[in-house]
Design a protein around this ligand. Structure first.
Ligand SMILES: Nc1ncnc2c1ncn2[C@@H]1O[C@H](COP(=O)(O)OP(=O)(O)O)[C@@H](O)[C@H]1O
Ligand SMILES: [Mg+2]
Length: 273
């Protein structure tokens, strides 16, 4: 196995990175009012147009970190710089895709997508054009006037992704977007996301619990440990692009998978114990 594949993070190149978190720590208040630390000196530096997955046990702070990058949470300590600017709140430059699609149940697929555009100030005529573009891209033609209740889980998630893409963000933050889907739907959407990403390479941070999903999609995998959440390892995925499912049998893939599991297993045991 190429040693570079399993190397630790290269030295942080803060100047060329598009997403930089520097010594980010954060605490939440428990119900009894006592603080609990959820992020501990998290420093990451993600290159422009790169695809990074975050892997780690439940509760290790993946969602919190994503929300910090999105500007939905101001970290108690540390700085976050995205696209060269300090993050002080949400921006139209960044879009989130959630595990639960978060669609408005009374709006159709197209209306949900246009609503996302409206929230960031895109005028109605333009939002219609963008919604239709995203509907076509996500294979939703024929479903644009369906309500979420009339769509399968996979279709709802397609709408969630279309809504994010329609604002033309530079940064896509995806929080277990396929976590609630059945295995086959998940594989179909992984391949579609891969194609879409390889065509226009947004800078993506993607949270997942699936080792194979992370390997298939990512340039780099960040492993988080828990109590409190911290960066345990950063690993390059040394597989060529375009990627495909057929690479699963490649020794690079199987060795990387084994290595990822070795890193994650003690964290999972800690959470379970
Ligand atoms: N708003 C909040 N208030 C208090 N505690 C929170 C809040 N959001 C998350 N937490 C806690 O912070 C920790 C990290 O949560 P989260 O970022 O959602 O982890 P992950 O996404 O890795 O499962 C968990 O222990 C969770 O219960
Ligand atoms: Mg989460």
């Amino acid at each position: 196995m190429a040693s570079s594949m399993l190397s630790a993070a290269p030295a942080m190149d803060v100047h060329n990175a598009q997403i930089v978190c520097k010594d980010v720590s954060h605490w939440f208040l428990k119900s009894d009012g006592t603080p609990i630390q959820v992020l501990d000196r998290v420093s990451i530096s993600l290159e422009p147009h790169s695809f990074t997955s975050l892997l780690g046990p439940s509760g290790c702070g993946k969602t919190t970190l994503l929300r910090v990058i999105d500007g939905l949470i101001r970290p108690a300590v540390g700085t976050v710089i995205v696209g060269g600017e300090a993050v002080t709140g949400p921006s139209a430059n960044r879009a989130m895709v959630f595990q639960e699609h978060n669609l408005l149940p009374w709006k159709t697929a197209q209306e949900n997508i246009r609503f996302g555009c409206k929230l960031v100030g895109i005028p109605a005529s333009e939002s219609l054009r963008r919604a239709n573009e995203a509907i076509a891209l996500m294979g939703l033609n024929g479903f644009e006037h369906h309500l979420p209740s009339q769509l399968s889980g996979g279709m709802k998630q397609r709408v969630g992704i279309a809504r994010a893409l329609s604002i033309h963000p530079q940064f896509l933050l995806m929080d277990e977007p396929f976590g609630a889907l059945d295995a086959q739907t998940r594989e179909v959407l992984q391949i579609e996301l891969l194609k879409i990403w390889e065509a226009d390479r947004k800078t993506v941070v993607f949270v997942t619990h699936s080792l194979d999903e992370a390997i298939l999609l990512s340039d780099r995998i960040v492993i988080m440990g828990t109590r409190p959440g911290h960066i345990k390892a950063v690993i390059d995925v040394d597989l060529p692009r375009p990627r495909s499912d057929d690479m699963r049998a490649d020794p690079v893939w199987t060795n990387l998978r084994r290595h990822l599991w070795q890193l994650l297993k003690p964290e999972m045991i800690e959470v379970a114990g």
